[in-house]
Ligand binder design. Structure first.
Ligand code: OGA
Ligand code: MN
Length: 297
């Protein structure tokens, strides 16, 4: 490497189970391969990266996200009124124009989830950029699923080796039915992709607990009551405070998270305040479990 052009980025970990600030990178300008390589390493190390004080139009936002891989299409919304103005951008907002929502999730709580894990090929990560931020509420929580996996009681770990789970595609993370889907009451009949409960990260080769979202999830091959019981035990373990970190949004924050190793949720906020975010999602692979990583279990 030509050291004359080497710029070392500053990575400041949150001190919690995941998350770090990247300081001194202006994402409105092209990012060099050297800086990108350091950011990618920090992403693998910390799972969630925050870039504060950015001023990004969609083209620069998308150009930065594209460094990580090809972008995925926005998910199906819960309202016919929400029109994607760009196929790769998901608008997350409670704002209404002429009585019609311009984006997804309104002002509601979004429960713990992994983006679009109901698809066969799941996005490796998502990036969310704050354009309007309410005075309070709407914080986004992240949880480290490597830690959740590493700390699973050995018996529970053994119980899920080789098991797969179906990830319900019919509802969004606020629990709303998506356009074109029927209401599935029995989790065994919910639509969606089937993935391993233990997921090996293709880059770090570390294993993460991979739950997706709780509602209408089903562990393939188990009687319904056993699937519910096992899922409840896994979720109780995965949603412990010690695995979490919360983002309190400021205008100009851009956050990227690794869907292969982190879950996220969002607090509700006052419906009379405005919140506007643009999200994009980077294509990923089909989740897999590499059993050779588990030699010592
Ligand atoms: C998302 C999401 C949470 C938020 O964009 O995938 O879950 O804070 N957003 O709006
Ligand atoms: Mn999400």
């Amino acid at each position: 490497m030509d050291t004359a052009t080497h710029t070392k980025i500053t990575v400041i970990p949150t001190g919690a189970a995941l998350g770090a600030d990247i300081v001194g990178v202006d994402l409105s300008q092209p990012v060099s391969t050297d800086v990108y390589t350091q950011i990618r390493q920090a992403w693998n190390d910390h799972l969630v990266l925050r870039f504060r004080g950015q001023k990004l139009g969609d083209p620069a936002f998308l150009a930065f996200a594209r460094l990580f891989g090809e972008l995925d299409k926005a998910p199906v919304h819960a309202s016919k009124d929400v029109v994607n103005h760009h196929p790769e951008i998901t608008v997350m907002s409670n704002i209404k124009v002429d009585g019609k929502p311009i984006g997804s999730l309104g002002n509601y709580e979004a429960v713990w989830h992994t983006d679009m894990s109901y698809n066969e090929l799941c996005p490796m990560g998502s990036a969310l950029y704050a354009i309007e931020v309410p005075p309070s509420g709407g914080n986004t929580g992240f949880a480290n699923m490597y830690r959740a996996f590493d700390t699973l009681p050995a018996e529970l770990k053994r119980e899920i080796i080789g098991k797969t789970c179906r990830h319900d595609s019919s509802r969004n993370s606020a629990g709303e039915l998506r356009v074109g889907f029927k209401d599935a009451i029995d989790p065994r009949e919910a639509p969606g992709a089937i993935h391993p409960l233990i997921r090996t990260h293709p880059e770090t080769r570390r294993n993460a607990l991979f739950l997706g979202r709780r509602k209408s999830a089903y562990i393939i091959g188990l009687p319904l009551d056993e699937s519910e019981d096992l899922l409840n035990r896994l979720w109780a373990h995965a949603t412990q405070k010690e695995f979490e970190w919360y983002q309190v949004w400021q205008l100009g924050d851009m956050i990227m998270w690794d869907n292969r190793a982190a879950m996220h949720r969002r607090d509700a906020f006052d419906a009379n305040t405005r919140r506007l975010m643009h999200r994009t999602q980077i294509k990923g692979c089909k989740p897999f479990f590499d059993a050779t990583t588990l030699a010592t279990v």
